[in-house]
Design a binder for this molecule. Structure first.
Ligand code: FDP
Length: 337
């Protein structure tokens, strides 16, 4: 763990100091990440006041993923749109909640639109309404050509990525390619304050996070790993599963271990979405020394075919993911993902 600085370093100050390290930096990425910080404060406030503001329950709508939309899903999506609407360097926002990208600052009408922001506004929605931890995931890419051309690219093309976590405290973690940095919201001053300058994920660890209730639905490769783990290997894994990817990943990022949501016989593509859930967290994991795989391929190298594409996913400590990959590959003849 990093030693706490004597004076709190706010997100704004940290971003400005980082920017100074790169003389060619224009400050535009700094502005985008600053807006992510604003989003985090607003969503965090809604989360805390959900019961008081009538923000619990469903809207009655069904989203592009065929999932029931909760009121806070809708609020989270609107907060992201509003935060980037007037920042003319963000040309479009891609969200789990919207079938098509939301065009914000088109170049044709004079906008500068340098970036596309991709988000899962509320990750772990099943935890809403019962006051359990949820999060938001974000990815920032350069807008080159059309929005679709810019986002249907490998995760290695992300400029920055990270997540927000609304738990006992509100956390912001981001990486712009030089190690994940984490900040905690100080409610007394309304600012994010540096918590860990650089997070290193342990090379191995014992936290194991997966929905074992789905074991009977998993394909043979995923079960090959689960069988190995459940037969009591030397690792001595401890099961932790919150139902929110961000919360489960956050714990693994600090303590080591792995999370997996694999392919199922009836759902061979898995559940989690590639470009706004898996790729951003894979970037954070890799920057911290960990890794992410489908079982057969490095997540960061997958070129998406569709905006809302899903993939089988495992993420965590380097050695745990190697072991997952080895058992997974031994389970069944490889398939395309
Ligand atoms: P949710 O659908 O509740 O938003 O993003 C998908 C996700 O949550 C992850 O956050 C979470 O890890 C997983 O799905 C939970 O799925 P199960 O309820 O099937 O375990």
């Amino acid at each position: 763990m990093d030693a706490k600085p004597s004076k709190p370093v706010t997100l704004d100050r940290f971003l400005v100091e980082r920017q100074r390290l790169f003389p060619a930096a224009t400050g535009e990425l700094t502005r985008v990440i600053t807006q992510v910080g604003l989003v985090a404060k607003i969503i965090s406030n809604h989360m805390r006041r959900a019961a008081l503001e009538g923000l619990r329950g469903l809207t009655g709508a069904v989203n592009v993923q065929n999932e029931q939309v909760k009121k806070l899903d809708e609020v989270g999506n609107s907060v992201f749109i509003e935060a980037f609407e007037y920042v003319d360097i963000v040309g479009a926002l891609v969200s789990e909640e919207m079938e098509e990208p939301c065009i914000l600052s088109p170049r044709e009408s004079g906008g500068r639109g340098k970036y596309v922001v991709l988000v899962d506004p509320i990750d772990g929605s099943s935890n809403l309404d019962v006051d359990c931890v949820v999060g938001s995931i974000f990815s920032i890419r350069e807008l080159e050509g059309t929005v679709e051309e810019s986002i249907l690219l490998e995760g290695t093309r992300q400029v920055a990525a990270g997540y927000l976590m609304y738990g006992p405290s509100t956390i912001l973690v981001y990486t712009a390619g030089d190690g994940p940095h984490s900040f905690v919201l100080d409610d007394e001053i309304g600012e994010f304050v540096l918590d860990h300058e650089t997070i290193r994920m342990p090379d191995n660890g014992t936290i194991l996070s997966a929905n074992f209730g789905n074991y009977g639905k998993w394909t043979k490769p995923a079960r090959a790993f689960a069988d190995r783990v459940m037969s009591g290997g030397p690792e001595g894994y401890s099961l932790r599963y919150s139902g929110a990817l961000v919360a489960d990943f956050h714990q693994i990022l600090h303590r080591g271990g792995l999370y997996f949501y694999p392919d199922e016989r009836e759902r061979p593509e898995g559940k989690l979405r590639l470009i706004y859930e898996c790729a951003p967290l894979a970037m954070v994991a890799e920057q911290a020394g960990g890794s992410a795989t489908t079982g057969l391929r490095r997540v960061m190298e997958i070129r998406p075919e569709r905006v809302h594409q899903r993939i089988p996913f495992a993420i965590g400590s380097r050695r745990e993911i190697e072991s997952y990959g080895a058992h997974y590959a031994s389970g069944e003849p490889p398939r395309p993902n």
